[in-house]
Design a protein around this ligand. Structure first.
Ligand code: MN
Length: 434
């Protein structure tokens, strides 16, 4: 073990009454919930970028963190991988995620960049073979370097489209080689700042063609994982093309890819879009494009993407309720796309952030499972729509035109009686479980 996390022991489950500072009080990976191990329900992943690459900057000031592995050469990249696997050994989580740019130093030439990346992927592969977590998903960073300032697939310059496609090919190869279960595309700068210089139609067609090539390449190399798009409404660009789940579904339908691509939903991005996390999950499940989640909240006041670790069991419970209702994760999981606050300098802060988040998620999932098992919310919902289960109602829906329905209302002298939606009663019910 490297010196960075020295003195921090692997974290164990000790139960809700433990006085130990760093322990799991709710996350017992081996506990059985709805017939499945808790670890297999939650499928936690640590994100390489925020946990190991982020320097602690904000728009008003630069680096606050002083990690021994910071640097832009291959030795630094290997030291970062060593530290990552040391943290994984402490947390015992089953997965991790990365972008190409987080794990290896870039270069101005494509081949040199790719060589660096492939070498570190091999290094990570050796560490994975020696034990530790699996790869939940890989992805390419097509937004940080200045060449991507006007987008990747949607760039007005075809050379940037080509560079992006070549980068995704290398990242999909690496994800496949490491046994990744998904491949994610986040359209970092796939959007625009001003319509004055933007051709919306052309950019959407470029994005559709790009995604089709990604799907084709998945089959070409025999990658069995899921291709995921991560919606976000704005930031970095003013208007993102992958605004929210509904927008992404429209995009997939437009290019005939709705059976090939699913969504990775982030709580913070849902909040930025003016939705709740559970709304986005429920809608994706309803459209049959639910894939995975990034579990990181936003500050409700700041209006930007603060990427904080989850700390609200009720919010988390409502999200997992929709996931369990939809049958749980298949290839997806719970990725902590979350960063520390910039004053949280110590190794202990990084460990504690993950431990607390894992516990909050476990608590939320157990509450969600209990609500689902008891059927209280489902019974109330079924009762609310019970009128639609009659054959008359179904006949109206399926077979009657407006004129026939009109005659029915007149003949029966129909006078609809409003009934309570019982919202507070249902909210009280949720409070009993969380
Ligand atoms: Mn994310």
């Amino acid at each position: 073990m490297s010196s960075y996390f020295d003195g921090i022991e692997p974290v164990r489950y000790e139960g809700p009454d433990s006085a130990t500072e760093l322990c799991f009080r709710h996350y017992d990976p081996n506990a059985t919930v709805l017939g499945k191990r808790l670890e297999d329900h939650l499928r936690f992943a640590v994100a390489w970028w925020h946990s190991f690459a982020w320097p602690g900057g904000d728009p008003f000031g630069g680096q606050t963190f002083d990690r021994p592995w910071f640097g832009d050469d291959m030795n630094a990249a290997k030291a970062k991988a060593d530290a990552a696997f040391d943290l994984f050994a402490i947390l015992g989580q089953p997965f991790f995620c990365f972008h190409d740019a987080d794990i290896a130093p870039g270069a101005e030439g494509f081949e040199e960049s790719a060589r660096n990346f492939d070498a570190i992927v091999d290094y990570i592969g050796e560490k994975m073979a020696a034990g530790g977590p699996r790869l939940l998903w890989g992805t390419a960073n097509l937004f940080s370097h200045r060449r991507f300032m006007s987008g990747a697939a949607t760039n007005p310059d075809p050379d940037v489209f080509a560079w992006s496609a070549a980068t995704v090919k290398r990242c999909m190869d690496a994800t496949h080689r490491l046994g990744g279960e998904n491949y994610v595309l986040w359209g970092g700068r796939e959007g625009y700042e001003t319509l004055l210089n933007t051709d919306l139609t052309r950019e959407a067609e470029q994005a559709g063609a790009f995604l089709q090539k990604v799907v084709d390449y998945k089959y070409k190399i025999g990658f069995r994982g899921t291709i995921l798009i991560e919606p976000k409404p704005q930031e970095p660009t003013k208007h993102q093309y992958d605004h929210d789940v509904a927008t992404v579904y429209g995009f997939l339908k437009r290019f005939g890819l709705e059976d090939e691509v699913k969504v990775n939903i982030e709580q913070g991005h849902a909040i930025l879009a003016g939705h709740s996390f559970e709304h986005e999950i429920a809608l994706a499940a309803s459209l049959d494009i639910f894939g995975s989640i990034d579990m990181n909240r936003n500050d409700y006041q700041s209006g930007w993407d603060t990427d904080q670790f989850p700390d609200n069991p009720r919010e988390v419970a409502l999200a997992y309720y929709e996931i369990l209702r939809a049958g749980g994760f298949s290839t997806g999981g719970t990725n902590f796309d979350a960063k520390l606050r910039r004053q949280s300098l110590d190794p202990l802060d990084l460990v504690a952030a993950h431990v607390g988040a894992m516990d909050v998620c476990a608590r939320g999932l157990k509450a969600a499972a209990a609500m689902l098992a008891d059927g209280v919310l489902e019974d109330a919902r079924a009762a609310r729509y019970a009128g639609w289960d009659t054959s008359d109602a179904q006949e109206m829906l399926d077979d009657m035109d407006l004129a026939a329905i009109h005659d029915l209302v007149v003949d029966a002298d129909l006078r609809p009686e409003p009934r309570s939606g019982r919202q507070e009663i249902l909210e009280n019910l949720v409070s009993r479980y969380v």
